[in-house]
Design a protein around this ligand. Structure first.
Ligand code: F6R
Length: 613
């Protein structure tokens, strides 16, 4: 949700701001802007609606030249995605601000500021930040003190970077609820929402904590905590490589990430299993004690991560025999759930920064101190990993395509390991059963390669979606969750309206939707529900629908006119099947999106990391 970059160095900062913004576009891409302090010690701003490339085209490199600057790529919350609403926002030529988050009391502050004579030139909540700092700057000893005073009046979430000609040579940054990382360079110091934006200039990072405010100059970084007390934060060396964030030979990040899944899964399994056992300690050294104590599980997540949690509910009840509930975070956080003692509260998140998920965790911790928390997360230095008792990192690598792919399958692998680990702690998993599951998981990279090899057949099927506007996905048991993930992928990147149903539910209403223009996609592993699913497929087929069935080689779905059957794999277990059957659904969405000509990696209205509620 919005990307921020800033820096102070010995050369012109503008090229770094632009290249960094391009790497942050996954966080938002409806408008972009930058402001630098130029040679005349004046704020010089350039903004453009649309993608960063529009901003780049507006920059005259001879005139937009300065050694200190801040920049922003936006995902609109308050105010349309127009140039006037693009960041940075400036107050009276004295304060330039970029902001990620939402200031919830902005209307109240706006009314006060208008009464004091401040003029507003945008519809954003961010502009009140610029005015508030301008106001506190009048009677503060420098920009740092002004920001420290101003942020105390904000309610909501913010990651901000501020510069001012009144205090040249300083960037003041503050975070509360939105991520910010400081890059410690040899020839300057930098700040960004995500380390990927700064990899060209440094590998050394300081991850700011909640409430931190930092004063960054060319050769110093001074950090204060939420009580304005100076603190030390560790410098960490990032292992990220530039090649991990490039598209390589692939046309899109999403395509690259789909094909990276065999490796991502192998990386997620590495050092977490032996030949026949899951290592409980992989969840943290206190994990065994906690797992033995827990009596209930509550899973909270959003979007694709929620779909992974839905599959896990089946596994945790089936394998570990622990009552498990799951709910989307944006609902859970605002109701009064009954939180039983000895509940393991599991959050699932690629980014670890999703505001709804994070706030749900915070709310639960406040309400009941006798719960334990575990996050399944892809980002080591994220808010969720910092605030959870136990962390299990998915080793998917950086995921840049907005539509989540490898994060989802590695989440499933992690949740499978968790189900076994908890099951063993509760005496519910025999050594033989554990060995069978571990053997199946070890086969996943090879099985996924086999599923990926069906791409050409899927490309042919995708062509039939050219003029389609609706689609229905069916599955039963955990495969219903996989159908939901398939429908989510199709709608978010191809803009085709797609719904998923448990196949047995069709006859209770949705079957009325079926006609020749509504393709039906079903996932049919050879499991105990296969016969029931086959009957449901007959019901659909007899209503004239065009159908695609991704099946187990042994499922033997009866061939019919208008029915395309694609074998994906054979003889899968309850754990491996949902993971493998995800692959053809991802490929289908990707190729339908190509045919529809949408922006696969940056679909309209979306952003990768949703740090606002
Ligand atoms: C869909 C997608 C989103 C995210 C959701 C949660 O492809 O990526 O639905 O899954 O916004 O994000 P995380 O997992 O970062 O908490």
């Amino acid at each position: 949700m919005c990307g921020i970059i800033g820096g102070i160095c010995q050369n012109n900062i503008t090229p770094l701001l632009v290249s960094g913004l391009k790497r942050l576009e996954y966080r938002g891409y409806d408008s972009a802007g930058l402001v630098i302090l130029n040679g005349d010690n004046a704020l010089q701003r350039v903004r453009a609606a649309g993608k960063v490339v529009n901003l780049e085209n507006n920059i005259d490199s001879k005139t937009v030249n300065g050694k200190i600057g801040i920049a922003h790529t936006r995902w609109a919350t308050h105010g349309e995605p127009t140039t006037k609403n693009a960041h940075p926002h400036i107050c009276n030529g004295d304060v330039g601000v970029v902001h990620n988050g939402i200031i919830e009391n902005f209307l109240e502050l706006k009314i006060e500021q208008q009464a004091q004579g401040y003029h507003f030139s945008s519809d954003t909540d961010t502009e009140i930040i610029a005015h508030a700092i301008h106001q506190t700057l009048q009677d503060s000893d420098g920009l740092l003190a002004a920001v420290q005073k101003a942020v105390k009046t904000f309610k909501g979430a913010y990651g901000i970077s501020v510069i001012s000609p009144k205090n040249p040579g300083h960037i003041i940054v503050a975070r509360s609820g939105s991520p910010l990382v400081i890059g410690v360079g040899e020839k300057g110091n930098f700040v960004a929402s995500d380390q990927v934006a700064l990899l060209d200039v440094t590998k050394q990072f300081i991850f700011l904590e909640e409430g931190d405010i930092a004063d960054i100059t060319l050769d110093s970084i001074t950090i204060f905590d939420k009580s304005d007390i100076q603190v030390e934060r560790k410098i960490k060396t990032s292992k990220l490589q530039n090649r991990q964030i490039s598209k390589g030979d692939y046309a899109h990040y999403m395509q690259k990430e789909i094909f990276e899944q065999p490796q991502a899964i192998a990386d997620t399994l590495e050092s977490r299993i032996t030949k026949d056992k899951v290592l409980t300690s992989a969840f943290g050294y206190e994990a065994k004690d906690i797992f033995e104590k827990i009596e209930h599980i509550q899973i909270i997540a959003c979007g694709t991560s929620y779909n992974a949690g839905l599959v896990a509910k089946y596994w945790l009840e089936d394998i570990a025999k622990i009552p498990t509930h799951i709910e989307v975070a944006s609902e859970y956080r605002y109701r009064n759930p009954i939180i039983l003692d000895n509940t393991l509260f599991i959050t699932i998140s690629q980014s670890g920064e999703t505001a709804d998920t994070l706030e749900a965790l915070r709310a639960v911790k406040k309400r009941n101190e006798n719960i334990h928390s575990l996050t399944i997360c892809n980002c080591a230095e994220s808010s969720l990993t910092r605030e959870s008792e136990l962390t299990f990192l998915t080793h998917a690598g950086v995921e840049i395509g907005v539509a989540s792919t490898k994060a989802f399958t590695t989440q499933l692998v992690s949740l499978a390991l968790l189900s076994v680990a908890i099951g063993r702690c509760h005496g519910q998993v025999s050594a033989e059963q554990e060995k069978a599951i571990v053997t199946g998981l070890n086969q996943l990279p090879g099985l996924i390669k086999k599923a990926l090899a069906q791409e050409n057949q899927i490309i042919e099927l995708a062509k039939t979606f050219k003029n389609k506007f609706n689609a229905l996905f069916l599955g039963r048991g955990p495969m219903h969750a996989i159908a939901m993930e398939g429908a989510l992928k199709l709608k978010e990147i191809s803009y085709i309206h797609a719904e998923a149903y448990p196949a047995g539910e069709l006859k209770h209403g949705p079957i009325a939707l079926i006609d020749k223009d509504t393709p039906v996609i079903a996932v049919a592993p050879n499991d105990e529900l296969l016969d029931k699913l086959k009957s449901n497929l007959q019901e659909v087929k007899s209503r004239g629908s065009q159908m695609i069935v991704f099946e187990d080689e042994d499922s033997k779905v009866t061939p019919m006119n208008g029915l395309s059957i694609i074998p994906i794999t054979n003889n899968l277990g309850r754990i491996t099947a949902p993971i493998i059957f995800t692959i053809p659904l991802q490929l289908l969405s990707y190729h339908v999106a190509l045919i529809k000509g949408t922006n696969v990696d940056q679909p309209r209205n979306l952003a990768k990391s949703v740090t606002v509620e």
